[in-house]
Design a protein around this ligand. Structure first.
Ligand code: GUN
Length: 284
């Protein structure tokens, strides 16, 4: 039987709807909307697209947003000063500095300057540390979105083997920790893993986040597995593909995310959720 296609667009819409309802409740209780500050440095076209969609999503969720655009040659101190001002701005509950930053600016320094309670990307070491030890934290958006998609398939993670291909700080490592917190047995694979296909074949849940077009083939998939494809690879002007060979994998898997329309839309939806979460938490 062909796999169920996991409709990330629909799930993301329902999460945004829920965030909008909670944002309205917040406004009723506290007399203002939750607020997100988005900081963009330079004019990278991809970053511009992301920032525009984040602002649009805020508008759709009744979340106040403001954009701070700085030139590509801005001094690091100026960016850090802006972040500090936003840290103490009572209208602002979430701060997102769009990455990547120009080479002369330390991304680590910028992330570490964001107040952990306003770090809606979940990148601050305090939030990462809380995730590691299983304490409540603002969680990075893409991994949180992946977990929501897996949850909605109805698959029980307890005791299952989850294989994460990719060990980035933004996706691979945090999603592995989240799967572990749900009592999966977790294997993290990467470019030096020996016999990757064999490891993948043992996965009840496979998360692919390597950034290589269609690297993971249908015959690497265990029959009945849940496959989450985080890859977004442009192979032609109008053609995006994931890290998984979709046609091959969907003939074997029980459920699979498409690219586009799978994990992608979830990132911004979870960002909206984090903004509302951060706003309520600041009032507690
Ligand atoms: N650039 C690409 N993805 C992201 C993200 O999730 N957050 C930020 N801040 N920058 C990004």
């Amino acid at each position: 039987m062909p796999a169920t296609i996991i409709d990330g667009k629909a799930v993301a819409a329902s999460i945004r709807q829920d965030a909008a309802e909670r944002a309205a409740r917040f406004k009723e209780e506290y007399g203002r909307a939750p607020g997100l500050a988005v900081v963009i440095v330079g004019d990278d076209p991809a970053s511009r697209v992301y920032v525009n969609s984040k602002k649009k999503a805020c508008a759709g969720c009744s979340i106040y947003s403001e954009e701070h655009t700085l030139p590509a040659n801005v001094a690091e101190t100026e960016l850090l000063d802006l972040v500090r001002r936003l840290n103490s701005d009572p209208k602002i509950d979430g701060i997102l500095v769009q990455l990547p930053l120009p080479d002369h600016i330390s991304e680590d320094k910028v992330i570490e300057t964001i107040a952990p309670a306003k770090d809606v990307d979940g990148f601050h070491p305090i939030n990462v540390g809380n995730l590691v030890v299983g304490k409540p934290a603002l969680r990075p958006c893409t991994p949180a979105g992946i977990m929501e998609l897996i949850r909605r398939t109805g698959v029980e993670l307890k005791g299952k083997h989850a294989v994460v291909v990719g060990r980035s700080n933004i996706v691979g490592k945090p999603v592995a920790l989240m799967l572990l917190a749900q009592h999966a047995t977790v294997t993290i694979c990467h470019s030096r893993t020996v016999d990757l296909p064999s490891v993948c074949r043992t996965a009840d849940v496979l998360v692919a986040a390597v950034g290589r077009p269609e690297m993971i083939k249908g015959d690497w998939i265990k029959p009945g597995a849940v496959v989450i494809d985080v890859g977004v690879n442009r192979i032609a002007e109008k053609k995006l593909v994931g890290d998984v060979d979709f046609d091959g994998a969907s003939a074997v898997a029980a459920a699979i995310t498409p690219v586009p329309g799978g994990v992608g839309p979830m990132t911004i939806a979870m960002l909206m959720q984090n903004c509302v979460e951060a706003a309520f938490a600041a009032q507690r």
